[in-house]
Write a protein of this length. Structure first.
Ligand SMILES: Cc1cc2nc3c(=O)[nH]c(=O)nc-3n(C[C@H](O)[C@H](O)[C@H](O)COP(=O)(O)OP(=O)(O)OC[C@H]3O[C@@H](n4cnc5c(N)ncnc54)[C@H](O)[C@@H]3O)c2cc1C
Ligand SMILES: Nc1ncnc2c1ncn2[C@@H]1O[C@H](COP(=O)(O)O)[C@@H](O)[C@H]1O
Lengths: 259, 322
C-alpha cells in the first residue's frame, strides 16, 4: 500500500485577510495546513494503521508550505517532498497540476492519491481533476466515506455526496479521491511526532527534476480586491412581543419583494 | 457570434437548475450548443432547447446512464477537440467540476472555476471569483489560446425563462470509452428525498447552536416549509450530531447564495460567513444583540428563537395564504 496526500499551507480560516495597497492579499496570523487536508492526512494514517503500508505527503510551493508537510509527518505520514521552482510563481492550475502529477510519478507506486476537498485559500479544487487526468487515474470527488479498500486486489468502494444524494461507487486502483469533512475525526500530532517531523529532511524538486518546463500559461490572476462592504446598517426589528416583531419582519420582506 | 458549448448536467431526466443557469449565461455570450450525455435523453434535449440552446450534440448510450467522470470527461474532451468552440461552460457542481477540470487537462486548456461573474474582453474570458473564504475577490483572465473553459457558481447567473416552442438541430456522437475501459461503477444512488437542494435553494433557513438540540430544528424546518426553502445548519450543530453534514453551510460545508438567508441561533463565525455572505438578503435571529451575525444582516431580530420562529411562520402563513 502506498498512499499519497497532496497539501499546502493556508492562512488560518479565522485570519483577517485583506488586500493591501500593492494589491496582494495579506494577513498577520501564522499559516496552517489547509484545513481540508487534515481529513486527507488522517485518512492516510488510518489506512496505514490497517494496511501496514506507506504514506507520502507532497506540496508544490515555497518554503512556507513545508509547514503543512511537517504537520502531515507529525501526524504519522512517512515521507515528504516539496516541489518548487521560480518558474512556478503565478502558476495557473494546469501548470500546478502538471507539477503535482509529475511529483506523484517521481515518488512512484501510488495506489491512492488523497486530496482535501479544496484549497481553502484559493477556494480551488480544479487541480484535483487535472492531476487525475494527467496521471490517467480514475477520480472520485466529494468522498464522504471509504467503504472498502483492497490494495492487493486494487479496488476501492466509496460513498460520495452529490447535490441530490449519496452515490456509492467502486473504482479500480490507482485512483484519486477528494475527501469531505464527514470522512473522519482529524488526528492531531503527538509531541514525539512533532519532534520527529522537525528533524525530517525534505527534498525539494525543481521542474527540471520532474522533467517539466513551465510552458505557456492559460489563465492568470489580474487583480485581487477587497469585497464591497455589505450595504447599509442592519435594521433591528423592534416590537413589544414576538408576534409584533414577526408581523413587522414578514411585512418588510414581502414589501421588499424578498419573498 | 461566439460558439459556446455548455455541458448540460441532468438528474432523473431533468436538467439541474445550475445547468439551466449555464445555458442562460451561454446565451448572453453567443450561440449555445448543449452537450447532452446520458441514456434516454429526449426530454433533456427538449429542455436544453427550452432553456436557450440553438443546437444539441447528444450521446445516448448505456455506458453513460449513470454519471461517471471517466466516460463523460473522455467524451467532452473529444467533442471539444473536434469542434473547437470558443467557450466551454458548465455548472460548478460536483459532477461539473470533475468533468470540466478533467477535460481542460486533457486538452491542456485553462479553466476559470467556480466563477460568480463572467465577461468577454477582446475575445478572452474574464471572471471574478471568491478566494480566502470570500474575504477577497479575485479577477482572473484567460490569456491562452484554444477553447476557454469556465465553471459557474450556482445561482450566480440567471436561467432564461423556458420556452418549449424552441427547437433546433440535434446531432449524435458515440461514446469514447467502452464499458471495459471504465474503471468506475455506480453501485447505488440514494436520493435525499423531501429536501430542497441547498445549492439551488432561493431561500435557506439555517439553525445554529441556539436551537439547543436535534428537536430544536423543528421550528426552523417549519419556517423553511412555509417559505418553500431549504434547511441549513452551522458546523456546531453538525458536529453535535443534531443534523446531517449535508446541511452544513460554511467554509467546510456548502457555499450558498440564496435570495434570502435566515440565520437562527447562529453567532456568525467567520467560517460560517464564508458559506453565506454572498446571500442577497440576510436576516439574523439571535437573542444576543452583540452577535457578529448582525454585522452581515440586513434585518435583525433580537429575540429567543423558540418564541419568535413560530410567530414568524404564522405571520407568513397568513400573508402567503397557506
Ligand atoms: C477550520 C474550521 C472550519 C469551520 N467550518 C465551518 C463551517 O463550514 N460552517 C460553520 O458554521 N462553522 C464552521 N466552523 C466553526 C465556526 O468557527 C463556529 O464554531 C460555528 O459556526 C459556530 O456555530 P454556531 O453559530 O451555531 O454556534 P455559536 O457560536 O455557539 O452560536 C450560537 C448562537 O446562538 C445564539 N442563541 C442561543 N440560544 C438562542 C435562542 N434560544 N434564541 C436565539 N438565539 C440563541 C447565541 O446567542 C449564539 O450567538 C469552522 C471552524 C474551523 C476552525
Ligand atoms: N489550485 C491551484 N491552482 C493553481 N495554482 C496553484 C494552486 N495552488 C497553488 N498554486 C500555485 O502554487 C504556488 C504556491 O502557492 P502559494 O505559495 O500559496 O502562492 C503558487 O505559484 C500558486 O499560484
Amino acid at each position: 500500500m502506498h498512499v499519497v496526500v497532496v497539501t499546502k499551507s493556508t492562512p488560518d480560516t479565522a485570519a483577517k485577510v485583506t488586500v493591501d495597497a500593492s494589491g496582494k492579499p495579506t494577513w498577520t496570523e501564522a499559516m496552517v495546513i489547509n484545513p481540508w487536508d487534515e481529513y486527507a492526512v488522517t485518512e492516510a494514517v488510518l489506512l496505514k494503521e490497517v494496511h501496514k503500508g506507506q504514506a507520502t505527503i507532497l506540496t508544490v510551493g515555497t518554503e512556507e508550505h513545508s509547514e503543512a508537510l511537517k504537520q502531515g509527518l507529525a501526524i504519522g505520514l512517512d515521507q515528504a517532498a516539496r516541489v518548487w521552482d521560480d518558474a512556478l510563481v503565478g502558476a495557473d492550475s494546469l501548470l500546478y497540476a502538471k507539477a503535482v502529477a509529475a511529483a506523484i510519478q517521481k515518488v512512484g507506486n501510488a495506489d491512492l492519491v488523497i486530496f482535501g476537498k479544496e484549497f481553502a485559500d484559493l477556494g480551488s479544487d480544479v487541480h484535483v481533476y487535472q492531476v487525475a487526468r494527467k496521471l490517467g487515474y480514475a477520480v472520485l470527488g466529494s468522498v464522504s466515506k471509504i467503504l472498502e479498500i483492497d490494495f492487493a486486489g486494487k479496488t476501492i468502494k466509496v460513498e460520495r455526496m452529490l447535490e441530490q444524494g449519496k452515490q456509492i461507487v467502486t473504482s479500480k486502483l490507482p485512483a484519486v479521491i477528494a475527501v469531505l469533512k464527514d470522512i473522519n475525526e482529524p488526528k492531531y500530532p503527538s509531541f514525539i511526532g512533532i519532534r520527529k517531523a522537525a528533524k525530517a529532511e525534505i527534498p525539494v524538486w525543481s521542474l527540471a527534476d520532474l522533467g517539466l518546463d513551465a510552458g505557456t500559461r492559460q489563465t492568470q490572476v489580474s487583480a485581487y480586491t477587497n469585497p464591497p462592504k455589505i450595504e447599509g446598517e442592519v435594521e433591528i426589528i423592534e416590537g413589544a412581543s414576538a408576534a409584533e416583531k414577526a408581523a413587522k419582519l414578514a411585512d418588510k420582506l414581502i414589501e421588499a419583494k424578498v419573498i | 457570434m461566439a460558439n459556446v458549448f455548455v455541458w448540460a448536467e441532468h438528474f432523473n431526466g431533468k436538467l439541474v437548475q445550475a445547468s439551466r443557469e449555464a445555458l442562460g449565461l451561454g446565451s448572453t455570450l453567443g450561440d449555445v450548443t448543449a452537450l447532452v450525455f446520458g441514456k434516454g435523453m429526449d426530454e433533456v434535449v427538449k429542455e436544453a432547447f427550452a432553456y436557450g440552446a440553438k443546437r444539441v450534440i447528444k450521446a445516448d448510450d448505456a455506458t453513460l446512464a449513470d454519471f461517471r467522470a471517466e466516460p463523460y470527461t473522455a467524451l467532452l474532451s473529444k467533442v471539444v477537440k473536434d469542434n473547437n468552440p470558443d467557450f466551454v461552460l458548465a455548472a460548478a457542481t460536483v459532477r461539473g467540476r470533475e468533468v470540466m477540470g478533467g477535460a481542460s487537462a486533457d486538452l491542456d486548456a485553462g479553466i476559470l472555476s467556480d466563477v460568480t461573474d463572467l465577461k468577454v474582453e477582446g475575445g478572452k474570458l474574464v471572471a471574478t471569483r471568491a478566494v480566502y473564504s470570500g474575504k477577497v475577490i479575485s479577477t482572473e483572465a484567460y490569456i491562452g489560446s484554444g477553447p476557454q473553459f469556465a465553471t459557474i457558481r450556482n445561482r450566480a447567473f440567471k436561467a432564461l425563462a423556458p420556452d418549449t416552442s424552441r427547437s433546433g438541430e440535434v446531432s449524435s456522437v458515440a461514446p469514447v470509452l467502452s464499458e471495459d475501459q471504465i474503471a468506475t461503477k455506480q453501485v447505488s444512488f440514494e436520493e435525499s428525498v423531501g429536501q430542497v437542494n441547498l445549492s439551488d435553494a432561493a431561500i435557506i433557513v439555517s439553525g445554529g447552536r441556539g436551537v439547543g438540540g436535534p428537536d430544536g430544528f423543528k421550528p426552523v424546518r417549519e419556517l423553511a416549509a412555509v417559505l418553500g426553502g431549504a434547511v441549513g445548519a452551522s458546523r456546531a450543530t453538525v458536529d453535535a450530531g443534531w443534523i446531517p453534514y449535508a446541511h452544513q453551510v460554511g467554509q467546510t460545508g456548502k457555499v450558498v447564495s440564496p435570495d434570502l438567508y435566515i440565520a437562527c441561533g447562529i453567532s456568525g463565525a467567520i467560517q460560517h460567513q464564508a458559506g453565506m455572505r454572498t446571500s442577497k438578503t440576510i436576516v439574523a435571529i439571535n437573542k444576543d444583540g452583540e452577535a457578529p451575525i448582525f454585522k452581515l444582516a440586513r434585518y435583525g431580530v433580537v429575540h429567543d428563537l423558540f418564541e419568535f420562529l413560530p410567530e414568524l411562520t404564522k405571520a407568513f402563513k397568513e400573508r402567503l395564504g397557506k
